[in-house]
Design a binder for this molecule. Sequence first.
Ligand code: SF4
Length: 408
Amino acid sequence: MKLSSRSKSYMIPEYSLTGDLLSFLTCNLQYRYQNKGTLPPSMPIQLWFGEFIHGVMEEAYLQWELKKTPFPWDWKKDIRPIENMIDARLQVRGLYPPKEHFFSTNNPNNENIDINERDHKKLASARAQSAINYWGPHLFPLIDSAEVLIKGIRNMPNYDENISRSNYYGINGVIDVLSSLKIDKTINNTNQTTLDNYRNKIIEYLKNNEEFQKNISQIDSDEYEVIIDYKGMRRPSNQRKDDETWIRHKWQILTYAWLRKQQADAKPIVAGIIFYLNELVPSKEDLIVIQQDIHDNLTDIPKEGEFKKDIELIENWDEDSKVPELSSEFKTARSIRIINIDNNEIDNALTEFDAVVNNIESSLIKEIKGCKIQDAWEAKADKRTCDACDFKTFCKNKKNKTKEFTIP
Ligand code: SF4
């Protein structure tokens, strides 16, 4: 009897929107070492904080749903236990907090210390507290579901049966928060929110957004969805030629909208909201970049009108002096970004990500065929990314080498 041979395995490469596509765009070579190599993951401060703040916001929401503790929450009593829990979870995954940004009681040296705000509430804790107390009262009541996994499949760009690994690729992501709103009647007709007698800032921002209003007026449904994403970073520069973070975040939301649309229980998706949570408590480094953006007209926040005083404070601020006290309205405005969902723009975003997948696949295939890693993957990133990169000592990008290694 002739035994049939096992057919060639059929594998569809799977890409995560943030973990692969956005990460590859930050630097191709860094992505290769971090995501496809055997090297331990790099954990610059921004990445640790991103994981931390996502965990804190999700847990805070779950606890709010359970106990309905009124806002503002007390740091030591209500927020610190959540921080401890998330820190412990991250440490199990090998993600340790940077000492200068977070006081960890999960560290054996700090176990029996009586925590107080003055000595132990460091930057990450101050941001967690602000994120919960600024946005929690407005966001939590609007949440329909949190951590929603979305997946889809697309044709492999430039498919060639002799070269390509597959004729399709998978794309996935996790929506931090999905809000289901009954907005049309409430916002358009009565100027009130779904939460009677409650001035909800998020609804107000949406209400004041003309494009959003136009979108909901065209949808024939009572309920709509808004996709919400937290970012543990400052608001990116708008229109900076050497930094496409602003536009890439928009592609991310548009692609989430496309993926979500394919789920059976999806309602029409009208907008996405990104919360840039560092803006609530900007660090000196953040403020230096914000000052530069204001100077170069690379921010979408208007210079005149209600924020004139805050802008003047930032423009006149000297790096050696204390970070100025900015108004909560200014910080709130900088931390929220509304992205309206438009079908043509979804197509553009998908085309952009197809091109990214094509580039990743090309680099992978080059490597499979024997090309050296540093020749198969491009080493190009902005200075801040390179400065925080674990691979800069052996990176081929000569600009990243430190001066100590040059012979006079
Ligand atoms: S040092 Fe810069 S160019 Fe080199 S791998 Fe790291 S981020 Fe990329």
